[in-house]
Design a protein. Sequence first.
Length: 169
Amino acid sequence: MRLLSSYIGEDLILIQPSFFKREYEFRSSNELLAKMYFPKFFSLTAVVEGFEEKYEIIRPSFWKSEIAIRKFGYDLTFASLKTNFFRTKGSIDLQNGKKLNLKFGAFKKSCQVFSEVDELLLMFQNKLSLKEKNVVTIQKTSSLIDENPWVVMIIWYLILENRRNGAGS
């Protein structure tokens, strides 16, 4: 499998192929990179298949805004995503003490991922469509993104959760 940094400058698409299913795909122009689905209809747990692994994205506590990721079938989480109260900023705490910073645009239509030294690594932009659709652009090569490609999917999970929670209000 190619490293995510090799797609620099390309538009990678996060899309919901079927309006009626809670399944999402992360695609380049010609290949499927990863797939995320919710095993049960009202489930908060998502399963990510891709990047030569299988992961689970979970909410450790209903009362906290934290989202965690673990390998499928294991109990120990190895990274977590936390946001501030208004969900305008956030961070992903990786293993070995590394961190990625998140900034959300107006009305949460975009998300930018920065390294610890504030270099823009990834950019998510919402596209108007009947189905859920975002375009991911890799701005700069980074070993953090190459070693942890699931970062794209945990941010997509947060974006979907924000949309679902905002739809009722």
